[in-house]
Ligand binder design. Structure first.
Ligand code: G6P
Length: 543
């Protein structure tokens, strides 16, 4: 066995919610190696002396030389870093808990941000205190949030994670344009006591608007009164004209701005369902947690900077070891949507094959991100993590304290023991001698032992990071999400790609528009390639 220990761990003390320990010590790199990573590309030669095959060209991987810090400062200064849309990316303003201004084109955006937060606060308080009434005078019991992409994933993931803090109406999320999602959700609500949130920056995203329009039709078929819409529909977005066209009452519009980039929308008014569920104070704590990491990322030297190190280790495996995927395993059932959220944000941001300058990259960019909560994964895909042929770095995430310490906390200790054990098993593995001794001890010998032996061995040397927080409070969730946002950001900067566009989603959307028209009748078509024609014509024959 040749695992390397001891690169480092960092403990961040939060002002209110205990610490966040980020332990990097189970990685295939030591302190010297990590410091060399900080020195890329000067250290590339040293790595080749260590016989590590560098899968990128030296002029590309330049943690410092590529000036991550400069990119960061440009973002924080409100420069138009989202160049495809010529927009700034100012989510730090949304969670700015200080009095410092955040400038965009020389103007402080904070007064607008504060106004939007005040509107969210007032509305949330009215709904939770049951002063907001539906068209028959009853208070709101359920909220359905219609959204796509980040506007769905972020609030949904956080609302699930903060379930123990829920004090408001039940919140439901509908994203899929598959009518099943809406139908099944409507079965759970009463038109007299439901509030619909339509959340879309552009207010044109097909899935969202189709679902919301169907919900409006359903609602009007029950209420039989168009004036009832203003008591049951609110809009979150940057396109006021489209919100009006949809029929959102002006008083029910919660604005966001074009400078809120896709994956960061949960910090804006798009976070309204979170506030409605857990109360506005907890929403503010969520913002404070992210703000805490904003400051850490901004001020900590790279050697002590948690997102920076996570990003470099990811690059280490992605570009030096050829890892194709990265697994996230939260040991907290409330965080069951967290891997999907990070999957969405990282894969949308860093799933690019051209540089910022438009040249094809000649190195791997964002890996496949995936995961599921422990201990569930332990009974399924962990087999591949331990004994498969793939090399899969993992992040393990756990709280020291459970929201549900049943049996005097015993069950949580069982969970935590599993978390720690998995990281140890992945690292240490089990040698032939150890496996042989075990088999011997259990009375197995001879040919049976020899046959079993290879199956009982674990190669080990499988790297992982461990993140332990005191408890998953709203503040901690804010901090955790922000850590992964900055990891993604640093990697995008080092790979020299544009993390803010999602143009890779356009082609399918464009084609769907024309295919939708073709599916309206049963006349066979021949305008596509033979395979696509075949699928369309099969559907037409079977309608
Ligand atoms: O906010 P909208 O205009 O509705 O956009 C909704 C979604 O559109 C695309 O699918 C992007 O990939 C997402 O990042 C975005 O969240």
């Amino acid at each position: 066995m040749c695992y390397l220990l001891g690169c480092c761990s960092i403990e961040l003390e939060t002002p209110s919610d205990g610490s966040i320990l980020v332990d990097f010590s189970k990685n295939l790199i030591d302190d010297e190696g990590l410091s060399l990573l900080f020195e890329l590309p000067r250290s590339i030669q040293k790595f080749s002396i260590l016989h590590l095959h560098c899968m990128v060209t030296p002029d590309v991987l330049q943690a410092k030389a590529r000036k991550v810090e400069e990119v960061r400062d440009n973002v924080l200064a409100g420069k138009k870093v989202n160049f495809t849309e010529a927009e700034a990316v100012l989510h730090v303003a949304l969670r700015n808990r200080s009095d410092a201004p955040v400038l965009l084109d020389g103007k402080d955006v904070m007064p607008d941000v504060k106004k939007a937060l005040q509107q969210m606060k007032d509305f949330t308080e009215q709904v939770i205190s049951k002063h907001w009434r539906g068209y028959t005078g009853k208070p709101i019991e359920d909220v359905i949030h219609f959204a796509s992409g980040c506007n769905f994933m972020g609030p949904h993931m956080v609302a699930e994670a903060l379930t123990p803090y829920a004090i408001g109406p039940r919140v439901h999320f509908v994203a899929n344009v598959d009518g099943t999602h809406l139908t099944e959700t409507l079965k759970k609500v009463d038109p007299e006591t439901v509030l619909f949130i339509v959340a879309s920056k552009t207010f044109t995203t097909l899935d969202t608007i189709v679902n919301a329009t169907s919900a409006k039709e359903w609602f009007l078929s029950k209420a039989n009164d168009p004036s009832a819409v203003s008591k049951h529909f609110v809009g979150l977005g940057a396109n006021v004209t489209k919100m009006k066209e949809f029929g959102i009452d002006e008083r029910n519009m919660f604005v966001m701005w074009d400078w809120v980039a896709g994956s960061f929308s949960l910090w804006s008014t798009i976070g309204l369902p979170i506030a409605l569920s857990v109360g506005f104070e907890n929403f503010e704590r969520l913002l404070s947690g992210a703000h805490f990491i904003d400051n850490h990322f901004k001020t900590a030297p790279v050697e002590k900077n948690v997102p920076f190190i996570l990003a470099l280790l990811g690059i280490w495996y992605n570009n030096f070891y050829g890892a194709q995927t990265h697994a996230l395993i939260p040991y907290d059932q409330y965080l069951h949507q967290f891997p999907s959220h990070v999957q969405y944000t990282e894969m949308e941001a860093n799933g690019k094959c051209v540089t910022l300058g438009g040249k094809p990259v000649d190195y791997d960019t964002g890996p496949v991100v995936w995961g599921t909560p422990g201990t569930n994964g332990q009974h399924t895909f962990f087999q591949l993590l331990h004994q498969g042929t793939r090399f899969i770095p993992c992040d393990f995430i756990a709280p020291a304290h459970s929201h549900n310490p049943i049996r005097g906390g015993l069950q949580h200790k069982i969970l935590l023991a599993n978390f720690v054990a998995q990281t140890e098993a992945l690292m240490k593995g089990k040698s032939a001698a150890e496996a042989r001794a075990e088999l011997d001890k259990s009375g197995i010998s001879g040919s049976q032992l020899e046959a079993l032996l290879p199956h009982k061995m674990f190669k080990g040397n499988r790297p992982s990071n461990s993140i332990i927080v005191r408890k998953f409070t709203p503040f901690m969730m804010g901090a955790l999400i922000a850590i992964y946002e900055y990891k993604m950001f640093v990697q995008g900067a080092i790979w020299n790609i544009d993390p803010y566009n999602f143009l890779g989603l356009d082609l399918g959307k464009q084609l769907a528009k024309s295919i939708e028209k073709e599916l309206q009748d049963t006349v066979p078509i021949s305008s596509h390639d033979p395979s696509t024609n075949g699928l369309i014509n099969h559907l037409k024959r079977n309608f």
